[in-house]
Design a protein around this ligand. Structure first.
Ligand code: TRP
Length: 368
């Protein structure tokens, strides 16, 4: 069974079907060209269709020309930050750099308190921790503003109720599959996630366009948001959406920080090595002899997939790895070793930046 909701992603995902069901657009080559032209360079996550769908992206780029665009994304603090988050946020940072625009970063402590079996205090601790990872990824502190739902309630709540007044319980039920035994906070929450899509327009006293980079499971929130914002006098938010980084155990579903089959950005080099060797699903053959003879399948091999999604931006190098693996020249263990080294290089830098981030949090949290 396939399932894609903001809090549950399971099974083998048919992205073309999802595009039809969600009513989003495919990112075309001509649209990629447009972005490349603005950026002055290409991005492998677009070229490889990792970011593959959008809503109103053309409109957002037009507004960018008029200097009237901001970016918005977010983090629900419920566990450790892992490679799946890093993928979305690295692309978001790239967009922020090439577009040179403000980024509003929402931390939904309310959401995770309402949806998870965790205390408010636990969520606050996780959030502080998660912020360090976001900062460590290198966002521009002058142009990045953290909005924390409960901390910034005095400016967010008055806007959220305007959204909530136009949102019926029945649309929440049908959009997310919530039922009468779910808590009422869960029903209200989408109104909070809508707020950063128009709060900057209010603060700047100017009707601005918003572009949201996110994984496709968040689309239902923004589908509802898009219906409501024009009624409040704002633009519908645009979005650019990515597929899911798979869990270590195989190409179905998405990486999540429950269980052990994920790489956290705080993992040690030994943990990374152990997890990849133990869990990373291999598309290789059972014996060395057979592998040399028949080769491996990179399409289902998690180590290859992580290189494709995140760790080998160079297309030539990636396709060499792919063909060497297919022909049996490259062994599963060797492929894993390539990935382990790449991840550990990234984490070494990340964790050094993460230490420095401890002193930078105040620069990022919006002052009210
Ligand atoms: N709901 C998201 C989560 O569970 C967090 C979030 C809030 C978000 N606003 C967003 C994600 C905007 C992407 C874009 O993680």
């Amino acid at each position: 069974m396939t399932k894609v909701t903001p809090w549950d992603v399971e099974g083998k995902i048919d992205y073309d079907k999802l595009i039809r069901e969600f009513g989003v657009q495919k990112i075309t080559t001509s649209l990629i060209d447009k972005i490349n032209k603005i950026a002055g360079k290409n991005n492998f996550m677009l070229d490889r269709k990792i970011f593959f769908a959008h809503r109103d992206l053309e409109f957002a780029l037009k507004e960018h020309e008029k200097d009237n665009l901001f970016l918005y994304t977010g983090c629900g603090p419920s566990g450790s930050i892992h490679l799946g988050h890093a993928m979305v946020w690295k692309f978001t940072k790239w967009l922020q750099d090439v577009l040179d625009v403000d980024l509003w970063f929402q931390f939904t402590d309310d959401e995770k308190f309402l949806f998870k079996d965790k205390s408010f205090e636990e969520i606050q601790e996780l959030m502080k921790d998660n912020m360090l990872d976001v900062i460590a990824l290198g966002f521009n502190p002058k142009k990045t503003h953290f909005l924390i739902d409960t901390k910034h309630a005095s400016i967010m709540y008055p806007e959220a109720i305007k959204v909530a007044k136009k949102l019926t319980a029945s649309s929440i039920k049908s959009c997310f599959g919530l039922g009468d035994s779910d808590n009422v906070g869960m029903f209200f929450y989408t109104a909070m996630q809508a707020v950063p899509a128009f709060l900057p327009s209010i603060l700047k006293k100017k009707k601005m366009a918003c572009l949201i980079p996110h994984a496709i499971d968040q689309d239902p929130h923004f589908r509802l948001t898009r219906d409501i914002l024009p009624k409040l006098g704002f633009f519908k938010p645009a979005s650019i959406q990515c597929s899911f980084l798979p869990p270590l155990t195989g190409v179905e579903g998405k990486m999540s920080s429950s269980g052990d089959a994920f790489i956290a950005l705080t993992d040690t080099p030994e943990q990374v090595k152990k997890k990849i060797n133990k869990y990373a699903f291999s598309g290789g053959q059972d014996t060395l002899e057979e592998h040399r003879k028949r080769g491996g399948n990179p399409d289902i091999d998690i180590s290859f997939q992580y290189l494709r999604f995140l760790f080998e931006p160079d297309d030539k190098k990636l396709s060499k790895i792919k063909s060497d693996y297919r022909t049996g020249k490259l062994l599963s263990g060797e492929l894993k070793k390539i990935l382990i080294d790449k991840i550990n290089d990234f984490l070494k830098h990340h964790q050094a930046e993460r230490e420095k981030a401890k002193k930078k949090v105040d620069q990022f949290v919006l002052k009210i």
